[in-house]
Design a protein around this ligand. Structure first.
Ligand code: AMP
Ligand code: GLY
Length: 439
């Protein structure tokens, strides 16, 4: 595998690689699209994948959390590398099982992944290692959570402790709404994730998503973007997993990037290693750029979805050597990644009703066409119908992405392509990138 890591020139001599990519979202479709372009690749297998991924890779119907079956698949295809997309596989210990089987894996152990899977763990981690974040209280019952509200001013931030696919957060403008959110969480409204609740100080500022790779020792920044978490235009409506992204985002000045690197990224990797769980994979730092510098909103142990989509469109370097270098402890051999000068935009199309209950199974038409210049369309929660139609799930289903010479051009191209998709049961935001354009 050594040649695969040589930064330039020797790709042609690199041994062929079989890669297993775990997951089925827009993030994984974007990763598959980028991995597919690598001259190092022989075979790309995705599990479970989606109809969009099936067009560019082999797919096997195995869930990300079916750890033993994923490991068996990796062995069967003689995988040289397994790339884990979603957090549920990390929490389920897929990286640990792959390590035990001697298969290089991009994605942290379950212990290192606790930076995402438990907000309470992360808050204690920030205290222990002096990372800047919001003030907080962790509460195990509704009465304690309601009492904790007295220590904060509105708007109140009420979060489920565990994984809730970006939906376990309520920003409540007043006490009554916050109390209702607490009752909802302990009443099962956030699923098992809500058995414990974190009440947080509200951070004022502009939000950002920054990504950093680590191989257990060496770290490297790997791009940044801005997401739009609310469901509707003007940042109205409930929080979602993300309704659209753009990159580069002007909130990330060189100074902010440097501060995030030194105050959050490096201390996080050092801290988690000193806690006995060296981090191998990508760390997603969701932060608020406040008047007092960057403050952590949350860590995620994976690429962002839909941040990954715009990063992959802008990444000029081959992705595969970076993934492999993280998995094999050789990130120090890698040069800084190269990014295209282009801007990139991703518009998420979701089934009406998302992030609440929504009807799955509607037909998405128009995906099978040649879109305009710079446009790439990824699929997320889709499945194949009996006659080969693409059927939407109950959430985010399609990511229409485009690059352009500037943000306006990228946006025009993306929304031009959105208009070509025939899906009356879907909805999308029409203002992706507004903060950058409003500057
Ligand atoms: P999370 O699931 O923790 O990423 O939170 C979802 C969204 O809620 C974030 O993207 C922010 O827009 C917002 N949010 C979360 N925590 C805070 C906070 N402490 N202060 C202000 N906004 C927050
Ligand atoms: N887009 C935010 C996330 O992936 O959690």
């Amino acid at each position: 595998m050594t040649a695969a890591l040589t930064p330039t020139g020797s790709h042609a001599k690199a041994p062929p690689m079989n890669i297993l990519l775990v997951g089925s979202g827009g993030r994984e479709h974007a990763l598959a699209w980028k991995i597919r372009q690598s001259p190092l690749l022989t075979r790309l297998v995705c599990a479970p994948g989606n109809p969009g991924m099936a067009a560019i890779a082999e797919v096997f119907d195995i869930k990300p959390t079916e750890v033993a079956r994923q490991v068996a698949l990796a062995q069967e295809i003689a995988a040289d590398l397994v790339v884990i997309g979603p957090e549920v596989a990390i929490e389920a210990g897929l990286a640990d099982a792959l390590e035990a089987a001697g298969i290089p894996c991009f994605g942290p152990s379950a212990a290192a992944g606790r930076l995402e899977s438990s907000k309470a763990f992360t808050k204690a981690f920030c205290d222990r290692h002096h990372l800047p974040t919001s003030g907080y209280r962790i509460c195990d019952d509704a009465a304690a959570a309601k009492a904790a509200l007295n220590h904060f001013a509105p708007p109140y931030v009420v979060k489920a402790d565990g994984l809730a696919a970006g939906k376990g957060v309520v920003i409540a403008p007043d006490l009554a709404t916050a109390q209702a959110a607490i009752d909802d969480a302990f009443g099962g409204g956030f699923g098992a994730a809500g058995a414990r609740v974190v009440i947080e100080e509200f951070l004022e500022g502009e939000i950002g998503s920054l990504f950093a790779l680590c191989d257990g020792k060496t770290s490297m920044l790997f791009g940044w973007a801005q997401d739009h978490k609310r469901a509707f235009d003007g940042d109205e409506g409930p929080n979602t997993g993300g309704m659209g992204t753009y990159s580069p985002a002007p909130v990330f000045t060189l100074d902010l990037v440097d501060q995030v690197d030194h105050r959050l990224v490096r201390p996080a990797f050092k801290g988690i290693a000193s806690d006995g769980a060296p981090y191998r994979g990508v760390l997603f730092v969701e932060l608020m750029a406040t008047r007092h510098g960057p403050k952590l909103i949350e860590f995620n142990a994976r690429f962002g979805d839909p941040e990954c989509q715009v990063l992959m469109l802008r990444l000029e370097s081959d992705l595969v050597p970076y993934l492999l270098a993280c998995a094999t402890g050789r990130l120090h051999e890698m040069p800084q990644p190269r990014w295209r000068d282009d801007d990139a935009v991703c518009v998420v199309l979701a089934t009406q009703g998302y992030p609440g209950p929504a009807q799955s199974g509607s037909v998405i038409g128009g995906l099978d066409q040649t879109f305009g210049e710079g446009v790439v369309v990824f699929q997320a929660g889709t499945s194949a119908g009996p006659d080969g139609e693409v059927l939407a799930g109950a959430g985010r289903a399609v990511n229409v992405c485009a690059t352009g010479g500037d943000l306006s051009e990228a946006r025009e191209r993306a929304y031009g392509a959105v208009a070509l998709i025939d899906w009356p049961q879907g909805f999308h935001r029409t203002d992706i990138g507004w903060r950058a354009l409003a500057r």
